[in-house]
Write a protein that binds this ligand. Sequence first.
Ligand code: GDP
Ligand code: MG
Length: 597
Amino acid sequence: MKNIRNFCIIAHIDHGKSTLADRLLDFTGSVTEREKQDQLLDNMDLERERGITIKSHAIQMEYEYQGESYILNLIDTPGHVDFSYEVSRSIAACEGALLVVDAAQSIQAQTISNLYLALENDLEIIPVLNKVDLPSANPEEVTDDIVDLLGCSAEEVIPASAKTGIGIEDILEAIIERIPAPEGNPEEPLQALVFDSVYNPFRGVETYFRVVNGSIHKGQKIKFVATGKDYFADEVGTLKLTQQPKQQINTGDVGYLITGIKDAREVKVGDTITDANKPTDNAIAGFEDVKPMVFAGIYPVDTEDFEELRSSMEKLQLNDASLVFTPESSAALGFGFRCGFLGMLHMEIIQERLEREFNMTVITTVPNVSYHAYTTKNTDQSIIVNNPSDLPDPSTVDRVEEPYIKATVITKSDFVGNVMSLCIEKRGQITNQTYLTPERVELNFDMPLAEIVFDFYDRLKTVSKGYASFDYAPIGMRVSKLVRVDILLNAQPVDALSALVHADNAYHIGKKMCEKLKELIPRQQFDIPIQAAIGSKIISRETIKALRKDVTAKCYGGDISRKRKLLEKQKKGKKRMRQVGNVEIPQQAFMAVLKLN
Ligand code: GDP
Ligand code: MG
């Protein structure tokens, strides 16, 4: 135990976490030439393309230091707010963290929020000033920023380049010298923290854990405390680039477990594994059932594919327990599912996976957060509103509550005014303003989560010319004035286009929606009126003028193959269109409300 070090890397996106992890693996000889890939730890295709680590993993390195051999477990943490609970559990499995700061970019919002998590868990922080090789690096200034933030000395900050290898040996030395060895009692009943799980279609769910007390061995009968279920440990082992089966994993160490579980929902991040025959009295603190934050409808483009979509979603859920879905039907779109996601990125990932892995073409409706409505009949019992159509009739509503977040923005002092105006426009309330340095300001505000679903990120980038970073955490429900804006095409309401919005913005959004839909819906053989309404009251109107002639008309008498090509092309373009009544609506139209500016 005294020669084990468990650590994670905290960094804002693109500050070099993955590159540094690769360099550490390289330096400790944990990778053979054959195993070398660009980004070793990001092994899902999607992650590689998006350049973010979606699922956290762990990897074990061995390192000789002053004549002794050490085991270094690097626990990777996801880099996006959608996965913040997983970040918190990965951090809880460590004794130390490398705080990686880009020497050209300095401290950003994600660095700060994850640093706070690490400090709450009493982690030893090792500040690393990365990318010192860059000509644009500002090592002195950024070191000062780090010193101010941590209250450490400048000497503790390690200058490094994950790219060229500068400072890597110093980082390894600091991991061994500064991070405490794990504590824990090998004699106590097994107590292991689940910090991640990965679905493997052949072997079932692989559970990643950190042993806090006792030990876990092959063949042991174990119990997951939160789910209350028992299993046999078919295989336990440590994680190198490949899995290394072992007889036993001891106190303080990190490993994987295979039990033949086929459904990701049976393994919950944050749960405690114990011995079924000699269970611990104490679950490890901090377990939470993760709840979806954003909801949207997913419908097959072709109504006949509904059952296939269901089976694809079930398979996806086996390996992504945070995806939830229930069947719903829409007058406009037919049968589909109301799905819950951890956030907008998670939603995009699910949509992309349905298409890539299951070959499904789907239509996604406007996402919304989950509201609580109370009717005048029963002012204590909330009705959960995950779909605009679930909102009770306005005349019966006592009040509606919506989820709020605490937002953290770090920006340059020049942009403070702009960011504050944006925040107020987004119904936010400034709670705090701190100058980290004379040029860099941290702003905190409380704001409705729904505003992030809309165009907050893009707007923040624009008003700060890209010099702002953003992070957030949920802080509970607050009362809000909410209405449903309905859209009518050809005088028919299209339920899948309805949106829940704040009453003060309803007219503006209704008007913009009509304008946007006019742009997005192709002209057809007849005029199409577009109307926005609140209840029976029409608040805005536009008209799509009829097409004047057949597109293929100009080909008559001409080259027949050219005509066929044109028709083919039209058919392809139609793929993601839905016929609603006699109007064809493209996929973008269902998301139009998100892109109103
Ligand atoms: P992550 O998002 O924190 O995992 O960041 P990555 O490791 O993916 O790095 C983001 C970008 O910065 C990549 O293009 C890296 O090649 C680059 N990068 C990482 N470390 C260094 C460094 O020390 N020097 C330079 N010049 N570039 C680096
Ligand atoms: Mg990365």
